[in-house]
Design a protein around this ligand. Structure first.
Ligand SMILES: *Cc1c(COP(=O)(O)O)cnc(C)c1O
Length: 379
């Protein structure tokens, strides 16, 4: 008989979610906006930094899209974006009719390579089109090199959109991810470290931007008794129900971070002294990752490739997954310029995301460890 599926990352409720949802039913406030929307925004501000302003939205993708809109990106503009990421980081550039300039990753964090970013900026300037924004991703929970990217942003006066969809609970130099960008993006999709089933947030430094984000995400209704519109609006606000799930999840966020980091520690033990396997770890003490997903790379000298290992795991109903396929290798972005070498591609070819849920059981771990011990004898 087939064993139950061990997922890469599945939703993990804390227990209080239904309580917050019940409140919305009791108040008959089953709508976008409402007390849980306000409550979740307050919870996020309290968690991230009292100085920030949070607008909760229908998705992280919506938060990225609104960032580009508020930055005034226009058709034909250039926007710099990390290539090694999920497509949602880059798709909003296409929604705007703008052109992504994709950039390779550096080896320590797997995020934006500062040298390649500067190359992309200079390319844009040479074409008479200085890039309008830099989308910097904190991949798998690991912060990007914030100081280096910030220095480039200041040198060339280009705002940073921080895509921390995967990095809620991570820090860089003791500051929370989600507070580094001019605009910062979080996601509460079903597979993320906490979930609202689907949802996201835009984290802003300026209350005027929060006001604008709420305005645009609720159909851009001007102040009038009838519906008056001077702007194109979007239906991007988070629902009060989803926000209720989020309020319950915020109560267990610290536990979820601890659990995912404990997974990573367990993988460190498992892969210790395995010359063909390298776990992706924080490069130094400036970085604290939530280890949303634990990720390993397989050496070229291993008899089994990452993909062969993935297929063997699948036979045992253990889910693993390749690293995000870089955007510059995606057919849909084939025309977009690319800057850097082939590190992102190398990660894609040799990497494997491991089961990383905060709800893995002792039996799940037994199966995972038994599976990899078998792989070690074959690799
Ligand atoms: C999940 C994710 C997003 C998109 O968030 P949604 O809430 O699913 O729209 C954006 N960027 C990255 C890196 C992600 O992992």
């Amino acid at each position: 008989m087939k064993q139950p599926m061990i997922s890469l990352s599945s939703p993990h409720m804390g227990g209080k979610e239904m309580h917050y949802i019940q409140q919305t039913f009791d108040a008959n406030w089953v709508a976008p906006s409402g007390m849980n929307v306000d409550g979740l925004e307050a919870d996020l501000t309290a968690f991230l930094d009292e100085e920030v302003h949070v607008a909760v939205l229908s998705s992280g993708t919506a938060a990225l899209h609104l960032s580009l809109i508020m930055l005034g990106v226009e058709p034909g503009d250039y926007v710099i974006c990390q290539s090694l990421t999920f497509s949602a980081s880059a798709n909003p550039i296409a929604y705007m009719g703008a052109t992504p300039l994709f950039v390779d990753s550096e080896k320590e964090t797997w995020n934006l390579c500062p040298d390649a970013v500067e190359e992309a900026i200079l390319y844009g300037i040479e074409q008479g089109k200085k890039p309008k924004a830099i989308i910097a991703v904190a991949l798998y929970g690991m912060s990007y090199q914030v100081d280096e990217i910030r220095a480039l942003s200041e040198k060339y006066d280009i705002p940073v959109i921080e895509d921390s969809a995967e990095a809620l609970g991570s820090t860089y130099k003791n500051q929370k991810c989600g507070t580094f960008g001019d605009f910062s993006v979080l996601s509460f999709n079903g597979n993320k470290i906490i979930t609202t089933s689907g949802g996201g947030a835009l984290v802003l430094k300026d209350p005027a931007y929060k006001k604008q984000a709420v305005f645009l995400s609720t159909q851009a209704k001007d102040d009038a008794p009838h519906y008056e519109h001077t702007h194109i609006g979007y239906n991007y606000r988070m629902s009060n129900i989803c926000a209720g799930i989020g309020r319950g999840q915020m109560e267990v966020l610290a536990d979820r971070v601890a659990q995912r980091r404990a997974n990573n520690a367990r993988y460190q033990k498992l892969f210790a002294n395995q010359p063909h396997f390298t776990l992706h770890l924080e490069p130094n003490e400036d970085f604290f990752s939530n280890h949303w997903l634990s990720v390993v790379t397989v050496s070229e000298y291993s008899k089994l490739s990452a993909d062969q290992i993935r297929l063997l795991a699948q036979e045992e109903n253990i889910e693993t997954r390749p690293i995000w396929k870089p955007m510059h290798l995606q057919p849909v972005f084939a025309e977009a310029p690319y800057f850097g070498a082939n590190f992102a591609e190398q990660c894609f070819n040799t990497g494997l995301c491991l089961p990383s849920g905060s709800n893995l059981t002792a039996e799940d771990w037994e199966r995972i460890e038994r599976f990899f011990n078998k792989i070690f004898s074959l690799a």
